[in-house]
Design a protein around this ligand. Structure first.
Ligand code: G6P
Length: 463
C-alpha cells in the first residue's frame, strides 16, 4: 500500500486577498450555505484559466467549511486562528492602516501606538506569513502572484524570500497616505510596510495620485522605490454585467417599491455606500438639510434615498457611525417631514437589486467621500441610469481623476458647497444631464474589470 504522491504545485496565476469570492454561513441545523460575492476581482479573474485564489476564512461558516473540506476548485481558504485574524483584520488592517490611508484619525487623541498595538502587529505578521506560505506552496514555477490590498502589505516581501522565482505584484484598492500622515505610524512599522510592498516586482494603484503618494513615502523614508516598478490601473465599471443585471425583473419590482416610497413627481438624490467612515454619509445628510434650508422650494419636491449597508460592525466606531447616520436621518424627517412627504428614505439592509433600482431612478447621485480609492458607485450610476443622472462627486475620490469633467465637483468637508452642488444638480436641464451622463458612462467603462486584470498580469510578466 502506498500513498498517492502529493499533487505538484502548478497554479500559474494566483490571487491573494483577505476576502475571497465565496463565504459560507453555518445554519442552525449544521448545513453550510455558500454565497458568491461580486466585485472587480471576481469578474477580472474570470478572464484567466489555471488560477488559484487564496483568501482567509472570515467567520464560523468559512472555518467549518475548511474543516469539512468543503470548497470550490480554484479557491483555497486559510483557516487562520480566529484571534490572530481578528487582531490582524479588525485591529491592524481596519483600525490602523485603513485609518492612515483615509486620513480618519482624530489626531489630538489618536492613534495611540501602545503595547496592545504591538501585540496586534505581531498577529498581522503571523497572518501575512500564513498567506506567504500558502502561496509559496501553491505557485507553479515562475507563476504570477497578485497580492491585494492593505491587509497583505507584508506578503510580497515574505513571499520573495520563500520563492524568488515568482513574479509578484501588489495592488492597493485604497488611497495611499501622504508622507506626513503616513509618518504617524511608528518608524519601524512604516518601514516594514513599505519594504513589504517593495518586495513585489510591481506595485500598482487605482490612480496616479495614490501611486505618487506611495512613491513619496518610499523616497522620503527609504530613499527610493528600489527595483519595484509602479503602475496605475483605474478599475472601470462592468458595463455588460450592469446593463444586463439592472434590467432583470427583481430590479423592476424594487423600482416600483421605491417609486411608491418617493412619491409621484418628486426628484431623487441617491447615495449607496457601505456604512463607512470615509464615505461621509453624515455630512451628506447635513448637506441635504442645508439644501432644504437654503432652497425651501425643494421641500416636498425631492427625496434623499440613502442606502447605508452594514460594514465592519465588529468595530465600535463603525457601530457608532451607523447609529449617527440613523439618528440624523430620523431628525431630518422629524424636522422637515409632512403628512405626505418623507424627506429621507434610509435603507440599511444590503440589497444589490434595490441598489440598481435606485441607480436607474436617480436624478442626482451623491458621492462625497472624504477619501476613496476609486468609488465604483460613481462609475456604475451613469451606466445604468434610465433618464440621465447628475453626479455630485467629491474631488477626493479616485474616480474624480476620470469623471471630474462631467461631474459637479465638491470639497467633501464643505457642507454649504455640497448643498449648492445638490441644488445645481437638481436644477440641471434634462438635455445637459443626458449629455453628461453619456460622457460619464464612457469614461467610467474605459477599463472593464477583465481588461483591468489582464493589463496587470501582462505588465507583471514583462521584465
Ligand atoms: C475596500 C477594501 C477591500 C474590502 C472592502 C470591503 O474596498 O479595499 O479590500 O474588501 O473595502 O471591506 P471588508 O472589510 O468588508 O472586506
Amino acid at each position: 500500500e502506498h500513498a498517492e504522491p502529493a499533487a505538484p504545485s502548478t497554479a500559474q496565476v494566483l490571487v491573494a486577498s483577505n476576502r475571497g469570492p465565496i463565504t459560507y454561513t453555518l445554519g442552525e441545523d449544521g448545513t453550510l450555505d455558500a454565497k458568491r460575492g461580486g466585485g472587480g476581482l471576481v469578474s477580472g479573474l474570470s478572464a484567466v484559466d489555471d488560477k488559484l485564489w487564496v483568501c482567509a476564512a472570515l467567520g464560523d461558516g468559512d472555518r467549518e467549511a475548511v474543516r469539512r473540506g468543503v470548497g470550490e476548485p480554484g479557491v483555497r481558504m486559510l483557516d487562520i486562528d480566529a484571534e490572530v485574524h481578528a487582531d490582524a483584520y479588525n485591529g491592524i488592517a481596519n483600525s490602523v492602516l485603513w485609518f492612515v490611508h483615509h486620513l480618519l484619525y482624530q489626531t489630538p487623541v489618536e492613534p495611540v501606538f501602545d503595547a496592545e498595538f504591538r501585540r496586534q502587529w505581531a498577529s498581522y505578521e503571523t497572518y501575512n506569513r500564513a498567506f506567504a506560505q500558502a502561496l509559496a506552496e501553491e505557485a507553479g514555477t515562475g507563476a504570477s502572484v497578485l497580492v491585494q490590498d492593505y491587509h497583505l502589505a507584508l506578503v510580497p516581501g515574505m513571499l520573495r524570500e520563500l520563492r524568488p522565482d515568482l513574479k509578484i505584484g501588489h495592488f492597493s484598492h485604497t488611497p495611499w497616505a501622504p508622507v506626513d500622515y503616513f509618518r504617524l505610524l511608528p518608524d519601524d512599522i512604516g518601514e516594514q510596510l513599505l519594504r513589504g510592498i517593495l518586495g513585489a516586482d510591481r506595485a500598482a494603484f487605482l490612480t496616479r495620485r495614490w501611486a505618487d503618494a506611495f512613491i513619496g513615502c518610499c523616497t522620503e523614508i527609504l530613499g527610493g522605490t528600489g527595483r519595484t516598478r509602479i503602475g496605475v490601473h483605474g478599475l472601470g465599471a462592468d458595463a455588460d454585467f450592469l446593463r444586463r443585471r439592472s434590467q432583470e425583473a427583481d430590479v423592476d419590482e424594487r423600482m416600483e417599491a421605491l417609486r411608491e416610497q418617493v412619491g409621484e413627481g418628486r426628484k431623487t438624490i441617491v447615495r449607496v455606500d457601505r456604512t463607512e467612515l470615509s464615505k461621509n454619509i453624515v455630512r451628506g445628510l447635513h448637506a441635504y438639510r442645508a439644501l432644504l434650508d437654503a432652497h425651501p422650494e425643494w421641500r416636498e419636491r425631492v427625496v434623499h434615498v440613502a442606502f447605508a449597508y452594514p460594514s465592519r460592525q465588529d468595530l465600535e466606531v463603525y457601530r457608532d457611525y451607523t447609529a449617527a447616520v440613523q439618528t440624523l436621518a430620523t431628525e431630518i424627517n422629524g424636522a422637515y417631514g409632512t403628512e405626505s412627504w418623507t424627506p429621507v428614505v434610509l435603507h440599511v439592509k444590503d440589497d444589490f437589486a434595490r441598489s440598481l433600482a435606485a441607480y436607474r431612478l436617480a436624478d442626482v447621485a451623491l458621492v462625497n467621500p472624504i477619501r476613496d480609492g476609486m468609488n465604483l458607485v460613481a462609475k456604475e450610476v451613469p451606466v445604468v441610469s434610465d433618464h440621465g443622472c447628475a453626479l455630485v462627486l467629491s474631488r477626493e475620490a479616485g474616480a474624480y481623476e476620470e469623471l471630474g469633467e462631467d461631474a459637479i465637483v465638491v470639497n467633501p468637508y464643505d457642507v454649504v458647497g455640497t448643498a449648492e452642488a445638490l441644488h445645481e444638480a437638481l436644477s440641471m436641464s434634462a438635455e445637459e444631464r443626458t449629455g453628461r451622463t453619456k460622457r460619464l458612462a464612457e469614461a467610467a467603462t474605459a477599463l472593464p474589470p477583465q481588461q483591468w486584470f489582464l493589463d496587470q498580469l501582462e505588465a507583471l510578466r514583462q521584465e
